[in-house]
Unconditional design. Structure first.
Ligand SMILES: [Fe+2]
Length: 485
């Protein structure tokens, strides 16, 4: 006899909910979905804002601001960071964009909660269940247009392709945004239609020269990773599927000239956690990690293994020679999605193609630092450091050598900065907040880290993940991909 643990949560999710939804599918729909009362209507934590920012700064600073023309935007989850208890909670918040339009010295701050199908539905019907055991059922309902996808979050990164801005989440399709430079507004257009691929990586790579975009999708049920090359209309040109050893929860990948690399980290399904309300995945620190190195032209691949267990969120750099592949990345020796602790050790991973050995090394500078969100700056990499006081520093390094530290002392970094080059000068743009969450827009002159321009935004800001800068000279937003109806 098979024992099925019909706990209340299990019964509600797998028996009552599907029956109820089937019965309700004949009702009139809200935004195309079946109206079911999940709770009180959701109101975004953060309100829409669009306002000019006034500032008084020395002429030298005003001259720098005048030189930078474009939109700096940071996307993140609309959650209260002081109340979040798990990474899963942070990763599954509804997306919002905070940004500044910079034009000839004027600064306009905007905040827009991305109006995904899920967000619009929740404003009417209450919050969709977020507990992880409900996700497969909700996704099944999404495929039948009964409910919006619980992964319709658009909270991780943005991509600007062919004059269109997209908000991305790795378990969803891109959400097209309208970035309107004339009126200095950001608004949501809708989900893009994709065929042949279910999800679009938040770290997809757009190639301006070939007008193509490379992305990956993963399927945890079949342990498969799909690598695809698409055109600007989001149609697949080429693709391949690779089987992995573990659950392929892959956040980022490296796409080099001829090679794609991704990591198969020892993430294992742990169904027992379903009944404890936890993410049913564990990271096994005693199992090896595998690096998949794929030829982009013929899709042949090799697997290189290290006995060290690790997870990588983001790759900082990769150098390939005929005999080696050197990767710089923050390496996590543990990953608990049901907690908040993360410790990223910036490391160099060397894959020897001849001996097939993988070695990992770091330097004393980075052993106890907590670095991630790398951005390339010439031969250097800039990373955000979380120390005892919080995320108050950017660390600049060349290889594993520490070059410098940009310290904001009593202010905290909201999320990924962006590097802009104007009139031969490199500047780092980012949002900061103080202990009261008052927001500041900051420009750091990378020729002299002490030269920091700080503009108080006179509003509270929140945390974000990845950012983008869209210069003014590429400013006509043209909606030309297919939108889901
Ligand atoms: Fe990321």
């Amino acid at each position: 006899m098979v024992y099925i643990p019909l706990t209340r949560r299990f019964t509600k999710m797998f028996v009552i909910l599907p029956l109820l939804l089937c019965a309700l599918s004949i009702l009139p729909r809200i935004n195309g979905f079946v109206p079911i009362r999940f709770g009180r209507p959701v109101r975004p934590l953060r309100k829409e804002i669009n306002k000019p920012v006034e500032y008084r700064l020395p002429q030298e600073a005003v001259d720098v601001i005048r030189k930078i023309n474009g939109f700096y935007g940071l996307v993140g989850p609309d959650v209260n960071i002081t109340e979040a208890k798990t990474l899963y909670e942070l990763f599954t918040g509804n997306g919002y964009i905070q940004g500044v339009f910079l034009e000839k010295g004027s600064v306009q701050y905007v905040r827009h909660v991305i109006r995904t199908d899920k967000m619009v539905y929740e404003e009417n019907c209450g919050k969709l269940p977020t507990n992880v055991e409900a996700i497969p059922m909700l996704e099944w309902m999404d495929k039948r247009d009964v409910l919006p996808s619980p992964m319709n979050l658009a909270n991780t990164a943005m991509m600007y392709m062919n004059r269109s801005l997209y908000a991305l989440f790795e378990r969803d399709v891109p959400i097209l945004m309208d970035l309107d430079f004339a009126n200095k507004t950001v608004r949501t257009v809708g989900r893009t239609k994709m065929e042949g691929i279910a999800h679009f990586s938040a770290h997809s790579v757009y190639r301006h020269e070939s007008k193509t975009v490379e992305t990956i999708d993963y399927d945890v049920c079949s342990s498969e990773v799909k690598y695809a090359v698409l055109n600007e209309s989001m149609e697949i040109i080429n693709h391949t599927t690779i089987k992995t050893n573990y659950l392929p929860i892959i956040h980022d990948f490296v796409s080099h000239e001829d090679t794609v690399v991704f990591t198969d980290s020892p993430l294992i399904a742990w169904p027992k956690y379903l009944f404890q309300g936890k993410v049913p995945v564990i990271f096994n620190p005693f199992l090896p990690t595998r690096f998949y190195v794929m030829n982009k032209h013929d899709f042949s691949y090799r697997i290189f293994e290290t006995d060290k267990s690790m997870y990588i969120f983001h790759y900082a750099d990769m150098i390939e020679t005929p005999s080696t592949i050197i990767i710089y990345a923050s390496v996590y020796r543990n990953l608990n999605l049901s907690g908040l602790d993360l410790q990223g050790c910036y490391s160099r991973i060397t894959i020897d193609k001849l001996s097939e050995k993988v070695s990992i090394e770091t330097s004393n500078h980075f052993k106890y630092a907590n670095l991630d969100f790398p951005i390339k700056w010439g031969d250097k990499v800039i990373l955000r450091n979380v120390n005892r006081r919080g995320a108050t520093q950017f660390v600049v390094c060349r290889g594993l050598e520490l070059v410098s530290i940009i310290d904001f002392k009593d202010r905290f970094i909201c999320g990924e900065p962006v590097l802009v080059n104007v009139e031969g000068g490199d500047y780092l743009l980012c949002f900061l907040y103080d202990s009261e969450f008052n927001g500041y827009f900051t420009i750091v002159d990378l020729a002299n880290f002490e030269k920091q321009i700080t503009i108080p935004l006179d509003t509270k800001v929140g945390i974000g993940f990845h950012s983008i800068f869209v210069p003014y000279d590429r400013n006509d937003t043209i909606v030309q991909c297919k939108i889901m109806t």
